[in-house]
Design a protein around this ligand. Structure first.
Ligand code: NAG
Ligand code: NAG
Ligand code: NAG
Length: 906
């Protein structure tokens, strides 16, 4: 604001002084020119009337003594009168002078008020143009009013689908009733109670129990069958000893048809068959399931309806949660054995299926490998083992009894690669036994090598298995050893990490197994996931009243106009703009990168960026290009956000614990911070704020949030009160200048997926103890940025609170420490990128504040422990080093005098 007034004010003062002097001089001149002749005239005429006494003055005149005396008297009188006149004039002059000074003052005041009026006008114009801009944008956004598609009658008996040629040719388009599942329906799923159909009694009790527990915790499950999009029936696995009537396919078909919502052909039904043991019966093989899809682990090619039926994983951990801390570390990459294989000679599964192969398919046996193909595999692998080039373990004949799961896992833990041989029967596209081995390998980090490329792996439409599993056609078995030896450590560790992600996300628990079945169908029919939960902010009322901005400490705010303060109204980031694209267009990223496809986020840091001309050619909504697109130095820079993404604001989230004085000062320092949307104070104490506490009025909402318990994890809860993507997390005693905050915000806008902040930290390798140490020394390399003063995306608040393993949050609560380290681990794990440090500041505590506990030894000791524990949970060290820091573009650049820096000090 002062920027524009500056030019006038600077030259104004001396100029005015000069003018005063000039006025005085001209007054004198005026006096001399006008008044002097007048006085002279008066004087002369007076003398003439009085008898010309002035003749004495102007020349000797003849006359007597008396005359002379009279003359003097006259003169005296004249002198008196003149001097009186002069006194009067002098008084008048002074009066006029005063008048002039007063007028000058008024002129000055007028000028000043003109200037400020001009400023106001400018600001108003700004506000108007901003508002117009926003309004236009709003109108543009609202233009095509979308109405939801008409919901088809849910309880219509006949879906009106044309009958497929045969149930075997079912595809989604021909057998699935999309009308029951509008895009915005939220994907309600009805699950039949296993007690409601006769063969529910023959189900394996463990599978039944695990399934029931998973159903209970699933958010898509509804009690209302009439609105359901999908109907789930648990059909297996059956008890081993069951001599049920189900051995007869027709009996089973009868029972299926009797299901209350089967509606003649079972459309939108999924028959779920979860196998727990490696050998399962494919008892649905000869059953006509109508338009119902089948989800199981074993399929024959003729039976499997691509894109309709689901290959699911076997249920390994039926009830117990796997303990992630027992999972062996991913590093070192090379283990005792290069690869291992344990198993019986793979033979045709058919004999165990009590079914004869279907003969009705014409092309059936064409192109099949010879039945004894596996002999060659055995021979080759044995040869590798015997060559002793690498340590390899292959067992084709099982000890009696067969190795238990624990024994198998022990071997796999010592294996770099785990060989999985696809069934020798080319007709079998998926088998539970093969799946079981695959998942055991993934669980303990043995990279699976799948020999046989005809196998359909679970959810192969969405999961890019080649990122975690080496898939080799059987004829390449002779080259297998060479191939495995040729892989780099980097690739092997990336595959191991990806395998761990897939296993943990989709297959590790029965809840995950059910969620994944539902997610794959939901993705197939392009319905978005349910939105992720927000944390309701229960506000503590507080008294605002203390006028902010009066504290002398506040002067050091970077000394420049840093952006619009009064001109920009609060602006929340738009939400849920990518519901459909996230599900339908971004499928592969959603399924193959953490956190998986289970949640819909209001916004993510991963949205694609527009090409830069798009904002000038039709897609400019929200953009604030620098200088309107022409660019510029400091002045233009400070007036517009610029960058590659639309304008936005940020929210300050401040965790505080019973330090009211410190907190009030910190809040006050936020007064006048541009682009600040709101301040959320997380009140991390059961004791409410003092009643008489006066909170500073900073012209923005300060939301004080109550917490359930004192926990550092509260800092990262995704509060619903946070309406922006950008969160600036600061400690209550953090001391940052406004220009530093502004700069951090601008940098974050270009690195939205990272933590961007001020204090850097380092994870150091302790050579003596072969473990990690937390290091806060000044160093030229860093790997963490403390969240006591850092920007991050709200996306990570959701992930920290709901997706990150609970063990980490528990550790944070146990030590009341390390939440910032945990956040750095999380972000680096997700992005595989280090954080970004901005500006030169290495510490951020306010100088006079009471020292937090961060400096005693136990604090550091705990932080060492945290790091090593987190590494255990993740299975590897996610943090990455960085050697660079970000300063603003024109920092320390010599500039021509008409240009200004982006920031004065940074
Ligand atoms: C089951 O298979 C047998 C022959 O193996 C066949 O006769 C019967 O019709 C099949 N049943 C169904 C329902 O397809
Ligand atoms: C996207 O999903 C959210 C959450 O379910 C919903 O509130 C929003 O209306 C959806 N938007 C569109 C365009 O479907
Ligand atoms: C900082 O460096 C010194 C050696 O220069 C080392 O003794 C100390 O342990 C380091 N501090 C931390 C916290 O790592």
């Amino acid at each position: 604001m002062q920027r524009n007034g500056g030019g006038v004010g600077a030259g104004g003062q001396p100029w005015v002084l000069r003018r005063v002097r000039l006025t005085w001089l001209s007054f004198m001149l005026f006096f001399i020119l006008v008044f002097f002749p007048l006085i002279a005239h008066y004087y002369l005429t007076t003398i003439d009337e009085a008898g010309g006494p002035d003749k004495h003055i102007f020349g000797p005149r003849p006359g007597g003594e008396l005359c002379e005396a009279k003359h003097v008297q006259d003169l005296c009188r004249i002198r008196e009168s003149v001097s009186e006149e002069l006194l009067q004039l002098e008084a008048k002059r002074q009066e006029l002078n005063g008048e002039i000074a007063r007028l000058n003052l008024r002129i000055e005041a007028c000028k000043r008020s003109i200037d400020s009026a001009k400023q106001d006008l400018l600001q108003l114009k700004n506000v108007i143009s901003q508002t117009e801009h926003s309004y236009k944008e709003l109108m543009a956004q609202n233009q095509p009013k979308l109405s939801l598609p008409v919901r088809l009658l849910p309880d219509k008996e006949d879906p009106g689908l044309p009958p497929p040629k045969s149930a075997r040719s079912c595809r989604l388009r021909s057998c699935f009733d999309y009308g029951r599942c509008p895009l915005t329906s939220g994907f309600p799923v009805y699950v039949y109670d296993t007690g409601s159909y006769p063969w529910g009694d023959y189900l394996d009790p463990l599978v039944k129990q695990a399934f029931a527990a998973s159903v209970k915790s699933n958010i898509y499950v509804t009690d209302n069958p009439s609105i359901a999009c999908l109907y789930l029936v648990l059909v297996g696995e059956l008890q081993e000893s069951s001599s049920s009537p189900l051995q007869s396919p027709s009996e089973l078909e009868k029972q299926l048809k009797a299901l209350p919502y089967w509606r003649s052909d079972g459309h939108n039904h999924v028959l779920v068959h979860l196998s727990r043991k490696s050998m399962t019966q494919n008892f649905l093989y000869n059953v006509s399931t109508g338009r119902a899809a089948v989800a199981q682990s074993t399929f024959f090619e003729q039976q499997y309806r691509e894109g309709f039926d689901l290959v699911v994983s076997p249920l390994v951990h039926a009830l117990s949660e796997p303990n992630f801390l027992e999972v062996p570390p991913q590093v070192p990459v090379k283990r005792k054995y290069l690869f291992t294989f344990q198993g019986e000679r793979v033979e045709s599964l058919r004999s165990s299926l009590q079914e004869t192969p279907p003969q009705s398919f014409e092309e059936e046996m064409e192109g099949d490998p010879p039945a004894d193909y596996d002999d060659r595999i055995i021979g080759t692998l044995k040869a590798v083992q015997d060559s002793h080039l690498d340590q390899v373990l292959v067992e084709f004949t099982c000890k009696n009894p067969r190795p238990k799961r624990e024994e198998r896992l022990e071997v796999l833990k010592a294996s770099t690669f785990a060989l999985v041989i696809a069934p020798g029967d080319g007709q079998l596209v998926a088998s539970a036994g093969c799946g079981m081995r695959l998942f055991e390998a993934l669980e303990v980090g043995a990279i699976p090598v799948l020999l046989g490329d005809h196998t359909r792996l679970p959810y192969h439409q969405f999961i890019r298995w080649s990122e975690a599993v080496i898939i080799v056609p059987k004829p390449r078995v002779t080259e297998l050893h060479f191939l495995l030896r040729s892989l780099s450590d980097n690739d092997m560790l990336a595959m191991r990490r990806q395998g761990r992600f897939l296993w943990e996300t989709y297959f590790s628990t029965s809840e995950n197994v059910l969620s994944t079945i539902l997610a794959s169908i939901r993705t197939s029919i392009q319905v978005p996931a349910a939105p992720i939960k927000e944390e309701p902010a229960h506000e503590i009322p507080h008294k605002a009243g203390k006028l902010a901005g009066t504290d002398a400490n506040l002067a050091d705010n970077g000394d420049l106009d840093l952006g619009p303060v009064e001109t920009e109204p609060p602006y929340a980031s738009p939400r849920f703009l990518r519901n459909f694209t996230y599900t339908a267009a971004d499928t592969y990223r959603a399924w193959n990168r953490a956190p998986g496809p289970f949640h819909l986020f209001p916004h993510t840091p991963l949205d694609p960026v527009l090409p830069s001309e798009a904002k000038f050619l039709g897609s400019g909504t929200g953009f604030r290009p620098i200088g309107g697109g022409t660019g510029g130095s400091g002045k233009e820079f400070q007036a517009a956000l610029g960058g590659n993404v639309p304008r936005e604001q940020f929210t300050v989230v401040m965790l505080t614990y019973e330090r009211e004085e410190v907190l009030m000062n910190s809040l006050e320092r936020l007064n006048g911070l541009p682009y600040l949307n709101k301040v959320v104070v997380v009140w991390n104490s059961p004791k409410p704020p003092s009643d008489d506490l006066l909170w500073p009025d900073i012209g923005l909402p300060i939301v004080v949030v109550r917490t359930e318990k004192n926990s550092l994890n509260n800092r990262f809860l995704p509060w619903d009160a946070v309406e922006t993507e950008a969160i600036l997390s600061i400690d209550d005693d953090a001391h940052l200048r406004h220009d530093e905050i502004m700069f951090g915000f601008r940098v974050w806008r270009e690195a939205r997926d990272r933590i961007v902040g001020f204090p850097g930290r380092y994870h150091a390798w302790d050579i003596n103890h072969q473990s990690w140490l937390y290091n806060s020394n000044y160093s030229c390399e860093l790997s963490m940025v403390l969240t006591g003063a850092a920007f991050f995306h709200k996306y990570y608040a959701y992930l920290y609170s709901y997706v990150m393993p609970q063990a980490i949050r528990d550790m944070v609560d146990e030590y009341i420490n390390c939440e910032d380290i945990a956040m750095n681990f999380l972000v680096s794990h997700i992005t595989r990128k280090p954080p970004i440090k901005v500006t030169s500041r290495w510490t951020f505590r306010c100088p006079g504040c009471p020292q937090a506990l961060s400096h005693d030894d136990s604090h550091f000791h705990e932080r060492h422990k945290c790091i090593n524990f987190f590494v255990k949970v993740y299975g590897y060290m996610p943090l990455l080093y960085t050697q660079f820091r970000v300063d603003s573009v024109l920092f320390k650049t010599r500039l021509p005098h008409d240009k200004t820096k982006c920031f004065k000090f940074i």
